[in-house]
Design a protein around this ligand. Structure first.
Ligand code: HEC
Ligand code: HEC
Length: 239
């Protein structure tokens, strides 16, 4: 597939293409790309096209006179779908849970029952408040980010947005947002909005507060996580 090498697609392109494929193509072409007879998108089996550029043209313009409709995407967005199609059957790619196809209805059941996610996350007004509202997860989070949040809730958090805790040698614990730290001092804004500065020599321990969200590694299998990813991908807010 010479044309696949001609473009250097990034991980982010492939992730975005997967979401776009789910949103615009999966209904007709199916989760493995082979639902339209004679065409197998993941294995490069097409009727008229072969290069990446030709694929982009078909995605944008459709095939007039057939069931293949035009789409209202920008050209760069169409390229992300091609990036995804080119890796659809790549075993390495499919090893990421986010690249597997989940079932949103099953995902909802797991979200609300076995996974216990609803205890901390709200979707359209229902659920707990310990974690962020996920009613728009399908618009704001890429599937790979949902996967990471489930596997590794403590990774990947910009330090500034995560509560920080200082425990002094005197036994005082203060929580707040980390503003600055250097070799000698730590400055945080505490929960009451006050600036607090600590000499490191007076501090017993300090660091980001661990996420209250448990890791689901080993608690949910890959298919269950893929189902939840599909469910959250379908949350696009209230219209
Ligand atoms: C409403 C159903 C429908 C949707 C939605 C749809 N397709 Fe298709 N697609 C078809 C049909 C039917 C064909 C076969 C056209 C023909 O008769 O040759 C086709 C053909 C194709 C082909 C082969 C073109 C060729 O002639 O070799 C590609 C590639 C393709 N679709 C990609 C996509 C992608 C990517 C998306 C999402 C952006 C998409 N399609 C959305 C129904 C659909
Ligand atoms: C005990 C409470 C709790 C449970 C249970 C929980 N979460 Fe979370 N989750 C959080 C909190 C709190 C955050 C905010 C970030 C942090 O502190 O890690 C979060 C963050 C997330 C994020 C990232 C949101 C963003 O905007 O970046 C996703 C996605 C997520 N959770 C999905 C899930 C799913 C799916 C489940 C169930 C399989 C689940 N959570 C279970 C508390 C929870």
């Amino acid at each position: 597939m010479a044309s696949a090498q001609a473009h250097n697609y990034t991980r982010a392109d492939i992730d975005e293409g997967l979401l776009r494929y789910r949103a615009s193509c999966i209904g007709c072409h199916g989760s493995d790309g082979s639902s339209v007879s004679g065409i197998d998108l993941g294995r490069g089996k097409f009727r008229r096209v072969s290069t990446d550029e030709e694929l982009v043209d078909v995605i944008l313009n459709g095939v007039p006179g057939t069931g293949m409709p035009p789409t209202f995407l920008t050209r760069p967005s169409a390229y992300t779908i091609v990036a995804f199609l080119r890796t659809m059957n790549d075993a390495n790619e499919r090893r990421t849970i986010a690249a597997q196809f989940g079932d949103a209805a099953r995902g909802r059941t797991i979200f609300e029952n076995k996974g216990g996610c609803i205890g901390c996350h709200r979707i359209r007004g229902q659920g707990g408040r310990a974690g962020p509202d996920l009613s728009e997860a399908g618009l704001t989070l890429r599937s790979i980010e949902v996967e990471r949040a489930m596997l590794d809730p403590d990774a990947d958090y910009p330090l500034a947005s995560r509560p920080f805790r200082v425990l002094t040698k005197g036994g005082t614990a203060v929580r707040g947002a980390l503003l600055n730290q250097d070799s000698y001092t730590i400055q945080i804004r505490d929960e009451h909005g006050n600036l607090r500065s600590f000499a490191k020599s007076d501090v017993r321990e300090s660091g980001p507060v661990k996420s209250p969200m448990p890791s689901y590694r080993g608690r949910l299998d890959a298919q269950e996580m893929a189902d939840i990813i599909a469910y959250l991908g379908s949350q696009r807010g209230v219209h």
